[in-house]
Design a protein around this ligand. Sequence first.
Ligand code: NMX
Ligand code: MLT
Length: 436
Amino acid sequence: MGLKETLKQKIEEHRPRTAKLMKEHGDVKIGEVTIEQAIGGARSVKCLVTDISYLDPEEGIRFRGKTIDETFACLPKVPGKGYPSVEAFWYFLLTGEAPTAQQAEEVIADFKARSQVPQYVIDVLRALPRDSHPMAMFSAAIVAMQRESKFSAYYKSGKFNKMNAWEPMYEESTDLLAKLPAIGAYIYRMKYKGDQHIPSNPDLDFGGNFAHMMGVDAPYDDVARMYFILHSDHESGNVSAHTTHLVASALSDAYYSLSAGINGLAGPLHGLANEEVLRWTQGFMEKLGGAEPTEELIEKALWDTLNSGQVIPGYGHAVLRKTDPRYTSQREFCLNTEGLKDYPLFKLVSMIYKVAPGVLTKQGKAKNPWPNVDAQSGVIQWYYGVTEYDFYTVLFGIGRAIGVLANITWDRALGYPIERPKSVTTAMLEKWAADA
Ligand code: NMX
Ligand code: MLT
Protein backbone atom coordinates (compact mmCIF):
# COMPACT_ATOMS: atom_id res chain seq x y z
CA MET A 1 0.00 0.00 0.00
CA GLY A 2 1.22 3.52 -0.78
CA LEU A 3 1.43 6.43 1.66
CA LYS A 4 -1.98 7.96 0.91
CA GLU A 5 -3.84 4.63 1.20
CA THR A 6 -2.02 3.79 4.45
CA LEU A 7 -2.83 7.25 5.80
CA LYS A 8 -6.50 6.83 4.84
CA GLN A 9 -6.62 3.53 6.71
CA LYS A 10 -4.96 5.06 9.78
CA ILE A 11 -7.40 7.98 9.74
CA GLU A 12 -10.40 5.65 9.53
CA GLU A 13 -9.04 3.56 12.41
CA HIS A 14 -8.38 6.67 14.51
CA ARG A 15 -11.63 8.59 14.02
CA PRO A 16 -13.78 6.45 16.35
CA ARG A 17 -11.30 7.07 19.20
CA THR A 18 -11.68 10.84 18.90
CA ALA A 19 -15.45 10.56 18.40
CA LYS A 20 -15.84 8.35 21.49
CA LEU A 21 -13.75 10.69 23.66
CA MET A 22 -15.85 13.66 22.57
CA LYS A 23 -19.20 11.91 22.90
CA GLU A 24 -18.76 9.82 26.03
CA HIS A 25 -15.96 11.49 27.98
CA GLY A 26 -16.05 15.11 26.84
CA ASP A 27 -16.56 16.43 30.39
CA VAL A 28 -13.58 14.59 31.97
CA LYS A 29 -11.19 17.23 33.42
CA ILE A 30 -7.54 17.02 32.30
CA GLY A 31 -6.30 20.12 34.10
CA GLU A 32 -7.05 23.47 35.67
CA VAL A 33 -5.93 26.94 34.68
CA THR A 34 -4.37 29.33 37.17
CA ILE A 35 -4.02 33.10 36.99
CA GLU A 36 -0.26 32.60 36.49
CA GLN A 37 -0.93 30.44 33.43
CA ALA A 38 -3.51 32.83 31.98
CA ILE A 39 -1.10 35.77 32.19
CA GLY A 40 2.04 33.72 31.71
CA GLY A 41 1.73 32.39 28.18
CA ALA A 42 -0.51 29.38 28.93
CA ARG A 43 2.52 27.41 30.16
CA SER A 44 1.58 23.73 30.78
CA VAL A 45 -2.12 24.26 30.00
CA LYS A 46 -3.23 21.03 28.34
CA CYS A 47 -5.53 22.09 25.53
CA LEU A 48 -4.00 20.72 22.33
CA VAL A 49 -4.06 17.16 20.99
CA THR A 50 -1.57 15.54 18.63
CA ASP A 51 -0.28 12.00 18.19
CA ILE A 52 2.60 12.99 15.93
CA SER A 53 5.07 13.88 18.67
CA TYR A 54 5.16 14.28 22.44
CA LEU A 55 7.61 16.29 24.55
CA ASP A 56 8.48 14.93 27.98
CA PRO A 57 10.18 17.59 30.18
CA GLU A 58 12.88 15.16 31.32
CA GLU A 59 13.32 12.89 28.32
CA GLY A 60 12.69 15.28 25.43
CA ILE A 61 10.96 14.62 22.16
CA ARG A 62 9.49 11.36 20.87
CA PHE A 63 8.26 11.20 17.30
CA ARG A 64 5.32 8.81 17.03
CA GLY A 65 6.39 7.27 20.35
CA LYS A 66 10.04 6.85 19.38
CA THR A 67 13.12 8.65 20.73
CA ILE A 68 15.43 10.37 18.27
CA ASP A 69 17.79 7.38 18.10
CA GLU A 70 14.92 4.93 17.70
CA THR A 71 13.47 7.10 14.93
CA PHE A 72 16.72 7.19 12.99
CA ALA A 73 17.15 3.44 13.51
CA CYS A 74 13.66 2.40 12.37
CA LEU A 75 13.62 4.25 9.05
CA PRO A 76 15.22 3.04 5.81
CA LYS A 77 18.44 4.93 5.06
CA VAL A 78 19.15 6.57 1.75
CA PRO A 79 21.28 3.95 -0.08
CA GLY A 80 24.97 4.50 0.72
CA LYS A 81 24.17 7.19 3.31
CA GLY A 82 24.06 7.35 7.10
CA TYR A 83 20.62 8.90 7.60
CA PRO A 84 17.04 8.20 6.48
CA SER A 85 15.40 10.31 3.83
CA VAL A 86 13.03 13.11 4.84
CA GLU A 87 10.48 11.37 2.62
CA ALA A 88 10.67 8.19 4.76
CA PHE A 89 10.26 10.35 7.86
CA TRP A 90 7.23 12.14 6.33
CA TYR A 91 5.63 8.73 5.79
CA PHE A 92 6.42 7.83 9.42
CA LEU A 93 5.06 11.07 10.91
CA LEU A 94 1.85 10.84 8.89
CA THR A 95 1.10 7.17 9.48
CA GLY A 96 3.03 6.17 12.62
CA GLU A 97 4.59 3.32 10.64
CA ALA A 98 8.12 3.06 9.30
CA PRO A 99 7.96 2.63 5.53
CA THR A 100 9.80 -0.14 3.74
CA ALA A 101 12.66 0.93 1.47
CA GLN A 102 10.29 0.49 -1.48
CA GLN A 103 7.57 2.64 0.10
CA ALA A 104 10.16 5.33 0.90
CA GLU A 105 11.31 5.27 -2.73
CA GLU A 106 7.71 5.82 -3.85
CA VAL A 107 7.44 8.91 -1.63
CA ILE A 108 10.77 10.18 -2.98
CA ALA A 109 9.40 9.81 -6.52
CA ASP A 110 6.16 11.56 -5.52
CA PHE A 111 8.07 14.50 -3.99
CA LYS A 112 10.15 14.84 -7.15
CA ALA A 113 7.02 15.10 -9.27
CA ARG A 114 5.83 17.99 -7.08
CA SER A 115 9.12 19.82 -6.54
CA GLN A 116 9.13 22.38 -9.38
CA VAL A 117 8.93 25.92 -7.95
CA PRO A 118 6.72 28.19 -10.08
CA GLN A 119 8.59 31.04 -11.81
CA TYR A 120 6.37 33.66 -10.15
CA VAL A 121 7.72 32.57 -6.74
CA ILE A 122 11.25 33.23 -7.97
CA ASP A 123 10.00 36.60 -9.28
CA VAL A 124 8.55 37.43 -5.85
CA LEU A 125 11.86 36.56 -4.17
CA ARG A 126 13.81 38.63 -6.66
CA ALA A 127 11.46 41.60 -6.22
CA LEU A 128 12.16 41.80 -2.49
CA PRO A 129 15.00 44.05 -1.34
CA ARG A 130 18.11 41.86 -1.23
CA ASP A 131 18.72 42.77 2.39
CA SER A 132 15.31 41.37 3.46
CA HIS A 133 15.73 38.76 6.16
CA PRO A 134 15.81 35.23 4.68
CA MET A 135 12.85 34.29 6.90
CA ALA A 136 10.76 37.14 5.42
CA MET A 137 11.71 35.86 1.97
CA PHE A 138 10.89 32.27 2.90
CA SER A 139 7.50 33.21 4.34
CA ALA A 140 6.68 35.41 1.33
CA ALA A 141 7.55 32.60 -1.09
CA ILE A 142 5.25 30.20 0.75
CA VAL A 143 2.26 32.55 0.90
CA ALA A 144 2.81 33.60 -2.72
CA MET A 145 1.95 30.03 -3.75
CA GLN A 146 -1.49 30.19 -2.10
CA ARG A 147 -3.10 30.41 -5.54
CA GLU A 148 -2.05 26.76 -6.00
CA SER A 149 -4.14 25.66 -3.01
CA LYS A 150 -6.08 22.45 -3.59
CA PHE A 151 -7.70 22.77 -0.18
CA SER A 152 -9.11 26.25 -0.92
CA ALA A 153 -10.28 25.09 -4.34
CA TYR A 154 -12.06 22.17 -2.67
CA TYR A 155 -13.65 24.51 -0.11
CA LYS A 156 -14.91 26.77 -2.88
CA SER A 157 -16.12 23.88 -5.02
CA GLY A 158 -19.44 23.76 -3.21
CA LYS A 159 -18.85 20.08 -2.42
CA PHE A 160 -16.92 20.57 0.80
CA ASN A 161 -17.26 17.56 3.06
CA LYS A 162 -15.52 17.64 6.44
CA MET A 163 -14.79 13.91 6.26
CA ASN A 164 -12.83 14.30 3.02
CA ALA A 165 -11.10 17.61 3.75
CA TRP A 166 -7.87 15.87 4.81
CA GLU A 167 -7.28 14.72 1.22
CA PRO A 168 -6.71 18.12 -0.41
CA MET A 169 -4.82 19.17 2.74
CA TYR A 170 -2.56 16.13 2.41
CA GLU A 171 -2.09 16.82 -1.31
CA GLU A 172 -1.16 20.46 -0.93
CA SER A 173 0.98 19.83 2.14
CA THR A 174 3.01 17.40 0.03
CA ASP A 175 3.09 19.88 -2.89
CA LEU A 176 4.36 22.59 -0.57
CA LEU A 177 6.88 20.51 1.36
CA ALA A 178 8.44 19.14 -1.82
CA LYS A 179 9.23 22.69 -3.01
CA LEU A 180 10.86 23.97 0.18
CA PRO A 181 14.44 22.72 -0.45
CA ALA A 182 14.56 24.52 -3.79
CA ILE A 183 13.08 27.71 -2.29
CA GLY A 184 15.53 27.64 0.63
CA ALA A 185 18.53 27.00 -1.62
CA TYR A 186 17.40 29.74 -4.04
CA ILE A 187 17.22 32.29 -1.21
CA TYR A 188 20.65 31.20 0.02
CA ARG A 189 22.42 31.42 -3.31
CA MET A 190 20.64 34.62 -4.36
CA LYS A 191 21.65 36.38 -1.15
CA TYR A 192 25.07 34.96 -0.42
CA LYS A 193 26.50 33.22 -3.48
CA GLY A 194 26.47 35.98 -6.07
CA ASP A 195 23.02 34.98 -7.38
CA GLN A 196 24.59 31.91 -9.01
CA HIS A 197 22.14 29.01 -8.87
CA ILE A 198 22.52 25.24 -9.12
CA PRO A 199 19.71 23.37 -10.87
CA SER A 200 17.91 20.61 -9.00
CA ASN A 201 19.17 17.03 -9.52
CA PRO A 202 16.19 14.74 -10.12
CA ASP A 203 18.17 11.69 -8.94
CA LEU A 204 18.38 12.94 -5.37
CA ASP A 205 16.11 12.79 -2.33
CA PHE A 206 14.89 15.86 -0.37
CA GLY A 207 18.04 16.25 1.79
CA GLY A 208 20.46 15.22 -0.95
CA ASN A 209 18.98 17.63 -3.45
CA PHE A 210 18.98 20.45 -0.90
CA ALA A 211 22.71 19.96 -0.25
CA HIS A 212 23.32 19.81 -4.00
CA MET A 213 21.36 23.04 -4.70
CA MET A 214 23.10 24.76 -1.78
CA GLY A 215 26.40 23.82 -3.42
CA VAL A 216 27.77 22.01 -0.36
CA ASP A 217 29.49 18.64 -0.76
CA ALA A 218 28.82 15.39 1.13
CA PRO A 219 28.39 14.70 3.98
CA TYR A 220 26.27 17.88 4.02
CA ASP A 221 23.47 15.82 2.45
CA ASP A 222 23.37 13.65 5.59
CA VAL A 223 23.67 16.76 7.75
CA ALA A 224 20.62 18.17 5.96
CA ARG A 225 18.62 14.96 6.49
CA MET A 226 19.58 14.84 10.17
CA TYR A 227 18.90 18.55 10.65
CA PHE A 228 15.45 18.54 8.99
CA ILE A 229 14.30 15.46 10.90
CA LEU A 230 15.56 16.76 14.26
CA HIS A 231 13.81 20.11 13.81
CA SER A 232 10.56 18.73 12.42
CA ASP A 233 8.23 18.61 15.37
CA HIS A 234 8.17 19.45 19.07
CA GLU A 235 4.58 18.62 19.97
CA SER A 236 1.90 21.24 19.36
CA GLY A 237 2.35 24.06 21.86
CA ASN A 238 5.50 25.71 20.48
CA VAL A 239 4.92 28.96 18.62
CA SER A 240 5.43 27.70 15.04
CA ALA A 241 3.38 24.51 15.46
CA HIS A 242 0.65 26.22 17.42
CA THR A 243 0.41 29.11 14.96
CA THR A 244 0.19 26.78 11.97
CA HIS A 245 -2.51 24.76 13.72
CA LEU A 246 -4.41 27.86 14.82
CA VAL A 247 -4.47 29.42 11.36
CA ALA A 248 -5.42 26.09 9.76
CA SER A 249 -8.28 25.75 12.26
CA ALA A 250 -10.05 28.61 10.47
CA LEU A 251 -9.91 26.33 7.38
CA SER A 252 -7.13 28.48 5.99
CA ASP A 253 -5.07 26.37 3.60
CA ALA A 254 -1.57 24.99 4.10
CA TYR A 255 0.10 27.97 2.37
CA TYR A 256 -1.45 30.57 4.69
CA SER A 257 -0.98 28.34 7.72
CA LEU A 258 2.66 27.41 7.17
CA SER A 259 3.62 30.97 6.26
CA ALA A 260 2.10 32.13 9.56
CA GLY A 261 3.97 29.43 11.48
CA ILE A 262 7.22 30.43 9.80
CA ASN A 263 6.63 34.03 10.91
CA GLY A 264 6.42 32.79 14.50
CA LEU A 265 9.57 30.72 14.07
CA ALA A 266 11.37 33.93 13.07
CA GLY A 267 11.22 35.28 16.65
CA PRO A 268 14.47 35.35 18.68
CA LEU A 269 12.91 33.44 21.58
CA HIS A 270 11.97 30.65 19.14
CA GLY A 271 13.74 29.53 15.94
CA LEU A 272 15.80 32.67 15.43
CA ALA A 273 17.78 31.67 18.52
CA ASN A 274 20.04 29.55 16.27
CA GLU A 275 21.09 32.75 14.48
CA GLU A 276 21.49 34.51 17.85
CA VAL A 277 23.77 31.76 19.15
CA LEU A 278 26.19 32.30 16.29
CA ARG A 279 25.97 36.07 16.65
CA TRP A 280 26.81 35.69 20.35
CA THR A 281 29.76 33.34 19.79
CA GLN A 282 31.17 35.40 16.92
CA GLY A 283 30.82 38.61 18.96
CA PHE A 284 32.58 36.90 21.86
CA MET A 285 35.46 35.74 19.63
CA GLU A 286 35.81 39.20 18.11
CA LYS A 287 36.10 40.78 21.56
CA LEU A 288 38.82 38.25 22.42
CA GLY A 289 40.80 39.56 19.47
CA GLY A 290 42.64 36.29 18.82
CA ALA A 291 43.17 35.28 22.46
CA GLU A 292 42.25 31.72 23.52
CA PRO A 293 38.75 31.43 25.03
CA THR A 294 38.74 30.21 28.62
CA GLU A 295 35.94 29.20 30.99
CA GLU A 296 36.55 32.38 33.03
CA LEU A 297 36.21 34.61 29.95
CA ILE A 298 33.05 32.78 28.88
CA GLU A 299 31.54 33.13 32.34
CA LYS A 300 32.21 36.87 32.31
CA ALA A 301 30.68 37.26 28.84
CA LEU A 302 27.58 35.31 29.91
CA TRP A 303 27.12 37.53 32.95
CA ASP A 304 27.59 40.62 30.75
CA THR A 305 24.79 39.34 28.52
CA LEU A 306 22.48 38.70 31.47
CA ASN A 307 23.34 42.00 33.14
CA SER A 308 22.52 43.89 29.97
CA GLY A 309 19.00 42.42 30.14
CA GLN A 310 19.44 39.92 27.32
CA VAL A 311 18.83 36.19 27.30
CA ILE A 312 21.58 33.63 26.71
CA PRO A 313 20.55 32.30 23.31
CA GLY A 314 20.27 28.53 22.97
CA TYR A 315 19.62 27.99 26.69
CA GLY A 316 16.36 27.46 28.54
CA HIS A 317 13.06 25.98 27.46
CA ALA A 318 9.37 26.38 28.19
CA VAL A 319 8.84 22.62 28.66
CA LEU A 320 12.20 20.82 28.81
CA ARG A 321 13.98 20.58 32.15
CA LYS A 322 17.08 18.73 30.93
CA THR A 323 19.54 19.10 28.06
CA ASP A 324 17.55 18.88 24.83
CA PRO A 325 18.18 15.46 23.22
CA ARG A 326 18.30 17.27 19.86
CA TYR A 327 21.31 19.13 21.28
CA THR A 328 22.83 15.85 22.41
CA SER A 329 22.21 14.17 19.08
CA GLN A 330 24.02 16.96 17.22
CA ARG A 331 26.79 17.01 19.82
CA GLU A 332 27.31 13.28 19.27
CA PHE A 333 27.43 13.89 15.52
CA CYS A 334 30.25 16.40 16.16
CA LEU A 335 32.10 14.08 18.54
CA ASN A 336 31.91 11.23 15.99
CA THR A 337 32.98 13.32 13.01
CA GLU A 338 36.70 13.59 12.33
CA GLY A 339 37.62 17.27 12.05
CA LEU A 340 34.49 18.49 13.78
CA LYS A 341 35.31 17.13 17.20
CA ASP A 342 38.47 19.28 17.36
CA TYR A 343 36.95 22.23 15.54
CA PRO A 344 37.48 25.49 17.51
CA LEU A 345 33.81 26.55 17.29
CA PHE A 346 32.67 23.14 18.56
CA LYS A 347 35.17 23.38 21.41
CA LEU A 348 33.87 26.85 22.27
CA VAL A 349 30.23 25.68 22.23
CA SER A 350 31.23 22.72 24.43
CA MET A 351 32.94 25.11 26.85
CA ILE A 352 29.80 27.26 26.98
CA TYR A 353 27.86 24.06 27.78
CA LYS A 354 30.17 23.55 30.77
CA VAL A 355 29.71 27.10 32.05
CA ALA A 356 26.28 28.46 31.07
CA PRO A 357 24.05 26.10 33.12
CA GLY A 358 25.93 27.15 36.29
CA VAL A 359 25.61 30.85 35.46
CA LEU A 360 21.89 30.55 34.73
CA THR A 361 21.36 28.52 37.90
CA LYS A 362 23.22 31.14 39.93
CA GLN A 363 21.14 33.92 38.39
CA GLY A 364 18.10 31.91 39.48
CA LYS A 365 15.57 33.04 36.89
CA ALA A 366 15.47 30.44 34.12
CA LYS A 367 13.50 27.32 35.08
CA ASN A 368 15.73 25.29 32.78
CA PRO A 369 19.43 26.22 32.64
CA TRP A 370 20.26 23.57 30.03
CA PRO A 371 20.87 24.01 26.29
CA ASN A 372 18.19 23.57 23.65
CA VAL A 373 18.56 22.51 20.01
CA ASP A 374 19.70 25.96 18.87
CA ALA A 375 22.87 26.00 20.97
CA GLN A 376 24.48 23.31 18.83
CA SER A 377 22.98 23.42 15.34
CA GLY A 378 24.95 26.37 13.96
CA VAL A 379 28.33 24.78 14.68
CA ILE A 380 27.69 22.00 12.19
CA GLN A 381 26.47 24.40 9.53
CA TRP A 382 29.48 26.63 10.05
CA TYR A 383 31.90 23.71 9.81
CA TYR A 384 30.46 22.67 6.43
CA GLY A 385 30.79 26.20 5.10
CA VAL A 386 27.29 27.59 5.65
CA THR A 387 28.48 30.52 7.73
CA GLU A 388 25.75 33.04 6.84
CA TYR A 389 23.97 32.61 10.13
CA ASP A 390 20.95 34.78 9.36
CA PHE A 391 19.99 31.89 7.04
CA TYR A 392 19.94 29.29 9.83
CA THR A 393 16.30 29.77 10.78
CA VAL A 394 15.27 28.97 7.20
CA LEU A 395 16.90 25.56 7.74
CA PHE A 396 14.84 25.20 10.91
CA GLY A 397 11.75 26.26 8.95
CA ILE A 398 12.20 23.64 6.24
CA GLY A 399 12.46 21.01 8.96
CA ARG A 400 9.56 22.39 10.99
CA ALA A 401 7.33 22.30 7.90
CA ILE A 402 7.46 18.48 7.95
CA GLY A 403 5.90 18.30 11.41
CA VAL A 404 3.36 21.09 11.16
CA LEU A 405 2.09 20.02 7.73
CA ALA A 406 1.64 16.45 8.98
CA ASN A 407 -0.26 17.91 11.93
CA ILE A 408 -2.67 20.06 9.92
CA THR A 409 -3.40 17.10 7.64
CA TRP A 410 -4.45 15.16 10.76
CA ASP A 411 -6.33 18.21 12.09
CA ARG A 412 -8.57 18.03 9.03
CA ALA A 413 -8.79 14.23 9.20
CA LEU A 414 -10.11 14.40 12.76
CA GLY A 415 -12.34 17.38 12.07
CA TYR A 416 -10.80 19.59 14.75
CA PRO A 417 -12.86 22.79 15.03
CA ILE A 418 -11.83 26.41 14.81
CA GLU A 419 -9.62 27.25 17.80
CA ARG A 420 -11.02 29.95 20.00
CA PRO A 421 -9.89 30.06 23.65
CA LYS A 422 -11.63 32.53 25.96
CA SER A 423 -10.08 35.71 27.30
CA VAL A 424 -11.01 37.42 30.57
CA THR A 425 -10.29 40.88 31.97
CA THR A 426 -7.80 41.88 34.65
CA ALA A 427 -10.74 42.97 36.85
CA MET A 428 -12.18 39.45 36.60
CA LEU A 429 -8.86 37.95 37.67
CA GLU A 430 -8.72 40.40 40.60
CA LYS A 431 -12.20 39.42 41.69
CA TRP A 432 -11.45 35.68 41.48
CA ALA A 433 -8.22 36.27 43.40
CA ALA A 434 -10.09 38.16 46.15
CA ASP A 435 -12.78 35.46 46.35
CA ALA A 436 -10.31 32.55 46.48
N1 NMX B 1 18.82 33.52 29.41
C1 NMX B 1 18.42 34.45 30.30
N2 NMX B 1 17.24 34.41 30.94
C2 NMX B 1 16.46 33.36 30.69
C3 NMX B 1 16.82 32.34 29.81
C4 NMX B 1 18.05 32.45 29.15
N3 NMX B 1 18.45 31.56 28.26
N4 NMX B 1 15.80 31.43 29.78
C5 NMX B 1 14.85 31.89 30.60
N5 NMX B 1 15.23 33.07 31.14
C6 NMX B 1 14.48 33.94 32.02
C7 NMX B 1 13.22 34.40 31.29
O1 NMX B 1 13.48 35.46 30.41
C8 NMX B 1 12.34 34.76 32.46
O2 NMX B 1 12.75 36.02 32.92
P1 NMX B 1 11.71 37.11 33.48
O3 NMX B 1 11.11 36.48 34.70
O4 NMX B 1 12.54 38.31 33.76
O5 NMX B 1 10.71 37.32 32.40
C9 NMX B 1 12.71 33.71 33.51
O6 NMX B 1 14.00 33.23 33.13
C10 NMX B 1 11.75 32.55 33.56
O7 NMX B 1 11.62 32.01 32.27
P2 NMX B 1 11.32 30.45 32.04
O8 NMX B 1 10.01 30.15 32.63
O9 NMX B 1 12.49 29.63 32.48
O10 NMX B 1 11.31 30.35 30.46
P3 NMX B 1 10.11 30.62 29.45
O11 NMX B 1 9.29 29.39 29.38
O12 NMX B 1 9.39 31.88 29.78
O13 NMX B 1 10.87 30.87 28.08
C11 NMX B 1 12.52 30.44 26.43
C12 NMX B 1 11.49 29.83 27.37
C13 NMX B 1 13.06 29.38 25.51
C14 NMX B 1 11.83 31.53 25.59
C15 NMX B 1 13.66 31.06 27.29
O14 NMX B 1 14.33 30.04 27.99
C16 NMX B 1 14.65 31.85 26.48
O15 NMX B 1 14.42 33.03 26.22
N6 NMX B 1 15.79 31.22 26.02
C17 NMX B 1 16.75 31.86 25.17
C18 NMX B 1 16.26 31.92 23.74
C19 NMX B 1 16.27 30.54 23.12
O16 NMX B 1 17.23 29.80 23.19
N7 NMX B 1 15.15 30.20 22.46
C20 NMX B 1 15.08 28.96 21.68
C21 NMX B 1 14.10 27.94 22.27
C22 NMX B 1 14.08 26.71 21.43
N8 NMX B 1 13.58 26.97 20.08
O17 NMX B 1 14.23 26.68 19.12
O18 NMX B 1 12.48 27.52 19.92
C1 MLT C 1 10.75 23.96 19.28
O1 MLT C 1 11.41 23.08 18.70
O2 MLT C 1 9.65 24.32 18.84
C2 MLT C 1 11.34 24.64 20.46
O3 MLT C 1 12.15 23.80 21.21
C3 MLT C 1 10.37 25.44 21.27
C4 MLT C 1 9.33 24.69 22.05
O4 MLT C 1 9.18 23.50 21.99
O5 MLT C 1 8.62 25.41 22.80
